[in-house]
Design a binder for this molecule. Sequence first.
Ligand code: ASP
Length: 302
Amino acid sequence: MLSIAIHGGAGTVPRSTLSAEREAHYRAGLAAALDLGYTTLDQGGSSLDAVTAAVRALEDNPLFNAGRGAALTRDGAAELDAAIMEGRQQRAGAVAAVRHVRNPVELARRVMEKSRHVLLVGIGAEEFALEEGLALVPNAYFRTEERRAQLESERGGRPVSDLVPSSQGTVGAVARDAAGNLAAATSTGGMTNKRQGRVGDSPIIGAGTYAKNGVCAVSATGHGEYFIRSVAAHHICAAVEFRGLTLRDAVRELLHEKIRGLGGSGGVIAIDRGGGIVTDFSTEGMFRGTRDSSGLRQIDIY
Ligand code: ASP
């Protein structure tokens, strides 16, 4: 079975404050990314190509906290993290704290495919992006008026969301292709008002992003510190592989017992070896979309 799931962050805008017009924009952005990813699979592309395409589309959409429209650090800059992993050989690539790479997921993929490393940060990552000929942009490209207002609000002691610190955010995708290969990718601007140099769970392999063929692929969103401390994505896959839990039960345990027990919240999209999709969250909502070759095609927020 071909299948793909995407997310545009957990926490979301409280239902009472999300206008119909704004909701329609979120849904359209999710649908476009979902369909792009699915079409990639349908045309014989790999799960790696599908998650790259879907995440890149969400990075380019200013509504989501990744790429353009990223949450801002406390000094007002966008600082981006991303990771990608494939399940066949478990190769992975990630970048953190980059400020000028238009599509961090592309750079994460280059790190995986073209370097001897897994994680590159800051200046070293951007130097590599230059060598690879990736699109570099001024930091102002990422900064939107809305994120500036959110930063002001956080600075004034009014959290932009009482659910997760980044309010609406982080994007990710998981997919299974015709060959049964799994892949996961995640990209984020992190938390509003974060310190310069703060790295969240998204680019940490095993925390926010993980894939292993025959087991599962996972992309997480939420309060990253808790996802790092609980090695969230790997915890889910290990529960499936070694304890025989269903993917649904493994995700539930992680979010509603482990992360909640630590005091954190967030959401997860995951796909099992056969292409079965699980989405779950412990926040008010999670922007998400799911599509597979049995005819499923759904966009949900709450
Ligand atoms: N997990 C991301 C981070 O902590 C934020 C989010 O998912 O909203 O960097």
